[in-house]
Design a protein around this ligand. Structure first.
Ligand SMILES: C[S@@+](CC[C@H](N)C(=O)[O-])C[C@H]1O[C@@H](n2cnc3c(N)ncnc32)[C@H](O)[C@@H]1O
Length: 254
């Protein structure tokens, strides 16, 4: 049985996969492609952390980006412009509470957005924002390492802020490439080593995993050789060093 609301959105129910025959529950309008007990390692730690910090995530990042770049708008637009949007379907891997959505929907090229995240706390906030504005956004609880989308189904793919701590960065990059249509630009950004030194003293934000420090550099070595226009740039230079990096490339063909 499913429960829908006035606009036809399914609030409670399930999605059935026609090829693998698995069923995925929909709760409060969000399809669940992972169960919390399936998460391990860094993904488990960060899903819990972001659930916990979801109420303060948006305002904290706004303050940090304002200090570093002058304004949140400037910081986010700088990244989104790298997508060279040409319309079609856009996927934000790790959409969080939807902080990029207001800027994305300023572009007439953006008509259909898919947002996935590992944290239900972040997605619930994102869903409220999406419903408030009536934006055409499909949300999903899932892992970057196992995207619940068909091959070659997106025209733009964007990720900001989580990849340094993904359990499997290589798998996540392979998944972004798999779901990208030929010719699609993929833009991935996260903080640098120097930026991490700011926050890693906060309890729960340690960079240590399995007795080792997690690397905070652009994973350009994990981008397959056949990708085109591969580039890495440092961004948000302030207080003597860059606080972020952008890794971008284009899937061949198209
Ligand atoms: C720093 S926040 C960035 C949120 C948003 N993209 C933004 O620009 O503000 C990082 C996000 O990555 C998500 N995340 C962490 N590991 C993930 C994974 N393996 N797969 C998908 N999302 C993940 C977290 O839940 C969190 O919402």
């Amino acid at each position: 049985m499913s429960v829908t609301q006035g606009d036809g959105e399914v609030l409670e129910g399930c999605l059935a996969c026609v090829s693998c025959h698995r069923e995925y529950a929909i709760h409060a309008g969000i399809p669940h492609f992972i169960q919390p007990q399936e998460l391990t390692g860094l993904n488990q730690r960060f899903a819990r952390l972001y659930d916990h910090f979801a109420p303060v995530y948006g305002p904290s990042v706004r303050v940090a980006l304002t200090v570093l770049v002058g304004s949140e708008r400037r910081a986010r637009m700088h990244l989104l412009e790298r997508l060279e949007l040409k319309g079609g379907r856009l996927l934000e891997v790790s959409v969080g509470p939807g902080s990029n959505l207001p800027y994305l929907f300023e572009s007439r090229q953006v008509t259909e957005v898919y947002g996935l995240d590992i944290s239900l706390g972040q997605l619930r906030r994102c869903r409220s924002l999406v419903r408030k504005h009536g934006w055409p956004v499909e949300l999903a609880l899932g892992m970057a390492e196992a995207l619940p989308y068909a091959d070659e189904s997106f025209d733009s793919i964007f990720h900001f802020g989580g990849i340094n701590f993904f359990s499997d960065k290589q798998r996540a990059i392979e998944e972004m490439i798999r779901v990208a249509k030929p010719g699609t630009r993929v833009v991935i950004s996260d903080e640098t080593e120097q930026a991490a030194r700011w926050y890693e003293r906060i309890p729960g934000f340690s960079r240590e995993e399995g007795g080792q420090l997690v690397a905070m550099s652009a994973p350009v070595n994990l981008v397959p050789q056949e990708m085109q226009e591969v580039a890495v740039r440092e961004i948000w230079r302030r207080f003597g060093h860059a606080h972020g990096y952008v890794l971008e490339f284009r899937k061949p063909g198209g």
